[in-house]
Write a protein that binds this ligand. Structure first.
Ligand SMILES: [Zn+2]
Ligand SMILES: [Zn+2]
Length: 405
């Protein structure tokens, strides 16, 4: 790879990050306290887009049919870099995925990069996207369908973690909602009059558990029950809950989904219950851009961060950043905000997302993402290499076409 970002641009990004640090930390803490879940991030979205607007971005709120989504634009022409914000909390667990830090790091990266461009009169576009509901719902999917990322030279977003790495892996994932309907009756007096909707779920649960043994190593199936009955003396007439099916690629996931449906249908048939099984959103697998990853490694080292050794596809989740990675060259590096073993979706990680270590990682992410964005804007060779890598990857991808239901 050729030239790095000019030193004065790196300095400008660093200076703006330092100047905005208090503002970003205050916003991150406020979003953490709000802990609004997917599609309900009204105050978080308003607060974050307000901060961005004050730094000279043109903000449009309520896009792609989602009131809590926004897009903030800076510049009219030239190379185009986008930074994506997430700000949804987890149901029942608050900001245990640290999306408050994602929100402010992407905002900060966009603000600092835009300012460094303005100061030098460079023609380029910087976009900051507010994407709701990453933890279920998939706010980035409608944004992708509406082509928001199609003309981006790079899309960048960091994720807090218990390790630091330029590349993150994420599985394709389908979200399911299930309901079994039976018939209530007196559990002692007339058990023979009832149709047991809990039995149906137990059948399905056991069916999935047996099936798991035959799945590929990368596959995951897991879920829970929301409603399991109302009283011990009533045959449960309704049970419902949710599941996720996951795999490394859409093709295998599609095969899994057909079997998953068959297991639930068999359970309904065995117990005489009615089944409603809704296949909700599917997240695509994450396609990291190798050239952007190379730039990330360079800039992680430059801000003094050491990368942890990450085994590809080990300990992965899923993200709708995967869908973005099919639309434009994308990178989703992870930065440690806690010690190894204290991973997301835990109470301890929620605390880490509010800790000085978490906040300083967020500011380092501002700088690293800003520098990668500067590479793409200032260096045509980098930009072209990123595009080439994206196109090469596109030749090998399997497009998600749904389960054919
Ligand atoms: Zn999460
Ligand atoms: Zn997350």
């Amino acid at each position: 790879m050729t030239t790095a970002v000019p030193i004065e641009i790196q300095q400008a990004i660093h200076d703006t990050t330092t100047a905005c640090a208090d503002e970003l930390i205050t916003a991150s803490r406020a979003i953490h306290a709000l802990a609004e879940i997917g599609f309900e991030e009204v105050e978080s979205s308003r607060l974050l887009s307000g901060v961005i607007e004050q730094h000279g971005f043109r903000v449009e709120r309520g896009i792609s049919g989602m009131p809590t989504a926004f897009v903030a634009r800076h510049g009219m022409a030239g190379p185009h870099v986008a930074f994506v914000c997430e700000y949804d909390a987890l149901r029942g667990l608050g900001h245990a995925c640290g999306h408050n830090l994602i929100a402010t790091s992407s905002a900060g990266a966009g603000i600092s990069l835009a300012r460094s461009l303005t100061e030098r009169g460079v023609d380029a576009r910087v976009t900051i996207v507010g994407a709701p509901a990453e933890e279920g719902g998939g706010g980035k999917i409608p944004l992708c369908h509406d082509g928001l990322f199609d003309d981006c030279d790079a899309v960048l977003i960091f994720h807090p973690s218990d390790r630091t790495a330029s590349v993150q892996y994420a599985l394709a994932c389908t979200h399911w909602e299930w309901t079994f309907r039976g018939k209530a009756s007196h559990a002692a007096g007339h058990p023979d009059h009832g149709i047991n909707a809990l039995d149906a779920f137990v059948h399905a649960y056991n069916g999935v558990s047996l099936w798991r043994q035959q799945l590929r190593d990368d596959a995951r199936v897991h879920g829970f029950i929301v409603e399991g009955g109302t009283a011990p003396n009533i045959i449960p007439e309704l049970t419902r809950g949710e599941y996720l099916t996951r795999a490394r690629d859409g093709e295998y996931l599609r095969t899994m989904n057909a079997r998953f449906r068959a297991i639930f249908e068999a359970a309904a048939r065995a117990t005489g219950c009615e089944l409603q099984l809704d296949e909700k959103e599917t997240y695509l697998d994450l396609r990291s851009n190798a050239v952007l990853a190379e730039r990330a490694s360079i800039h992680l080292a430059a801000v003094g961060l050491e990368e942890d050794r990450v085994v590809a596809w080990e300990r992965t989740g899923s993200t709708d950043v995967g869908d973005v990675s099919y639309a434009a060259p994308t990178l989703h590096p992870e930065f440690a905000i806690a010690d190894e073993g204290i991973g997301p979706h835990t109470h301890a990680f929620r605390e880490a997302a509010l800790s000085p270590r978490g906040e300083s990682a967020m500011l380092q992410a501002v700088e690293v993402l800003g520098r990668i964005g500067a590479d793409v804007i200032f260096d045509a060779d980098v930009r072209h290499a990123v595009r080439d890598a994206f196109l090469r990857q596109a030749q090998h991808r399997t497009e998600w076409t749904g389960s054919g239901e």
